[in-house]
Write a protein that binds this ligand. Structure first.
Ligand code: PDD
Length: 277
């Protein structure tokens, strides 16, 4: 927390922290495999972009933050870790108006990186769709995640893994904590960037690797009932790429993880391995 390394159970924030009062902050989730961080620079750049969008300037440099993230990893026992980094605006008496000269609160935690079992991968993930009721700045990785919490809660209630947000015309935007891709006539589709989608680091890596392997990728709005849709998969730091085999109770393709989704997943995992070596 800030400049101190503290056991998780003893780390506390002030109740007047604006993160607590207003969800006034931004965050990142970064994967580390055996000491190698995946796209750390891209995560830091996105954190600075998110901060810039809400006029929150971190009080340390990207290099200094990178060093604190590495040190947090080193001080914890997890070989494959998920590093959570959050900046809030800082502490001030509760008022919507932002006080001048505030010192941001920084929190970094390290946890075991969740892994997907072979059994789950063979089954594929399941999902529901919900009409998008989030705010209009989903490009900002804000800690204000109540809509996503509600979406995930509804997914859990229906015993599925993810909820995908639909725009007013039924296009799939993204999931509560994932980006979403379709395979349509052999081509990869994903919603274009803008205010309604987070620019996922894994999304970007997926597009780059798919093109490198000769797959065509088109960033355009798409719907689940389009002719030629054969596969869906979701991407995120904690999932890499995960096939989605059932949405709203309907099978996608033959209801099993598709070849292209599995190839994309393998390309990502190979890329992580290359980074480690
Ligand atoms: N979620 N879209 C949303 C709304 C997200 O919250 C996330 C990440 C993604 C994928 O982004 P990336 O590939 O950079 O992880 C897309 C993180 C993992 C989370 O909130 O836990």
């Amino acid at each position: 927390m800030n400049d101190d390394f503290t056991p998780l159970s003893q780390a506390c924030v002030n109740i007047e922290d604006r993160g607590f009062q207003f969800a006034d902050g931004v965050y990142e989730v970064i994967a580390c495999f055996g000491g190698t961080f995946i796209d750390l620079d891209e995560h830091l750049e996105r954190l600075w972009r998110s901060g810039h969008a809400i006029n929150l300037t971190p009080h340390l440099s990207m290099e200094e933050l990178a060093e604190l993230i590495h040190e947090t990893y080193r001080r914890n026992p997890y070989r494959d870790a998920m590093l959570y980094v959050q900046f809030t605006r800082g502490v001030a008496p509760r008022s919507h108006l932002i006080s001048k000269g505030m010192l941001p609160t920084l929190v970094i935690t390290s946890r075991q990186l969740p892994s997907i079992t072979d059994e789950k991968l063979h089954q594929g993930a399941t999902a529901i769709t919900l009409n998008d009721f989030r705010w209009q700045r989903c490009d900002i990785k804000s800690i204000s995640l109540l809509a996503s919490v509600m979406g995930k809660q509804e997914a859990a209630r229906l015993h599925v893994d993810e909820a995908f947000w639909l725009d007013e015309d039924g296009h799939v935007l993204e999931g509560c904590s994932t980006n979403c891709f379709a395979v349509m006539d052999g081509e990869l589709l994903t919603h274009p960037l803008g205010h309604r989608v987070l620019e996922g680091i894994t999304r970007k890596m997926t597009i780059r690797l798919a093109r490198k392997h000769g797959l065509s990728v088109c960033e355009r709005p798409w719907k689940l009932d389009e002719q030629g849709l054969s596969e869906v998969f979701m991407t995120s730091t904690t999932n890499a790429a995960m096939p989605v085999c059932q949405i709203d109770g309907n099978m996608i393709g033959d209801g099993r993880p598709g070849n292209i989704s599995l190839s994309v997943r393998q390309w990502l995992l190979n890329h992580f391995k290359e980074l480690r070596s």
